[in-house]
Design a protein. Structure first.
Length: 70
Protein backbone atom coordinates (compact mmCIF):
# COMPACT_ATOMS: atom_id res chain seq x y z
CA UNK A 1 0.00 0.00 0.00
CA UNK A 2 1.16 3.52 -0.78
CA UNK A 3 1.03 5.22 2.63
CA UNK A 4 0.85 8.70 1.14
CA UNK A 5 4.13 9.51 2.89
CA UNK A 6 6.52 8.37 0.16
CA UNK A 7 6.71 4.75 1.34
CA UNK A 8 5.01 1.43 0.71
CA UNK A 9 3.76 -0.81 3.53
CA UNK A 10 4.00 -4.54 2.94
CA UNK A 11 1.48 -7.12 4.13
CA UNK A 12 2.32 -10.77 4.68
CA UNK A 13 -0.82 -12.83 5.23
CA UNK A 14 -1.55 -16.54 5.37
CA UNK A 15 -5.14 -16.33 4.08
CA UNK A 16 -7.69 -13.88 2.67
CA UNK A 17 -9.33 -13.20 6.05
CA UNK A 18 -5.98 -12.23 7.59
CA UNK A 19 -5.16 -10.11 4.52
CA UNK A 20 -8.43 -8.17 4.77
CA UNK A 21 -7.95 -7.57 8.50
CA UNK A 22 -4.41 -6.24 7.98
CA UNK A 23 -5.62 -4.03 5.11
CA UNK A 24 -8.27 -2.49 7.38
CA UNK A 25 -5.66 -1.85 10.09
CA UNK A 26 -3.26 -0.14 7.66
CA UNK A 27 -6.01 1.95 6.05
CA UNK A 28 -6.98 3.30 9.48
CA UNK A 29 -3.32 3.97 10.33
CA UNK A 30 -2.75 5.85 7.02
CA UNK A 31 -6.02 7.65 6.16
CA UNK A 32 -4.36 9.57 3.29
CA UNK A 33 -3.08 6.38 1.65
CA UNK A 34 -2.92 5.75 -2.08
CA UNK A 35 -3.31 2.50 -3.95
CA UNK A 36 -2.65 -1.14 -3.15
CA UNK A 37 -0.19 -3.02 -5.38
CA UNK A 38 0.52 -6.77 -5.73
CA UNK A 39 3.45 -8.43 -7.45
CA UNK A 40 2.27 -9.91 -10.76
CA UNK A 41 -0.63 -7.47 -11.02
CA UNK A 42 -1.15 -5.77 -14.41
CA UNK A 43 -1.76 -2.02 -14.27
CA UNK A 44 -2.35 0.59 -16.96
CA UNK A 45 -0.71 4.00 -16.97
CA UNK A 46 -1.40 6.51 -19.74
CA UNK A 47 -2.54 3.79 -22.11
CA UNK A 48 0.45 1.47 -21.56
CA UNK A 49 0.23 -1.80 -19.61
CA UNK A 50 2.77 -2.88 -17.02
CA UNK A 51 3.26 -5.87 -14.72
CA UNK A 52 4.31 -5.14 -11.13
CA UNK A 53 7.64 -6.96 -10.69
CA UNK A 54 8.36 -5.97 -7.10
CA UNK A 55 7.26 -3.64 -4.33
CA UNK A 56 9.91 -2.36 -1.93
CA UNK A 57 9.58 0.25 0.86
CA UNK A 58 10.14 3.18 -1.53
CA UNK A 59 10.20 1.57 -4.97
CA UNK A 60 7.70 -0.01 -7.35
CA UNK A 61 9.32 -1.94 -10.24
CA UNK A 62 7.26 -2.28 -13.40
CA UNK A 63 7.81 -4.22 -16.60
CA UNK A 64 6.35 -2.84 -19.82
CA UNK A 65 4.11 -5.38 -21.56
CA UNK A 66 3.71 -5.81 -25.30
CA UNK A 67 0.49 -4.69 -26.92
CA UNK A 68 -1.61 -7.43 -28.40
CA UNK A 69 -2.24 -7.01 -32.13
CA UNK A 70 -5.89 -6.92 -33.14
Amino acid sequence: MDTGQGRFEQINAVNEAELKQKMIELESKFPEHGGWFREGEVIEIRGSKFRVQSVKPNQLRLKLLQRKEA
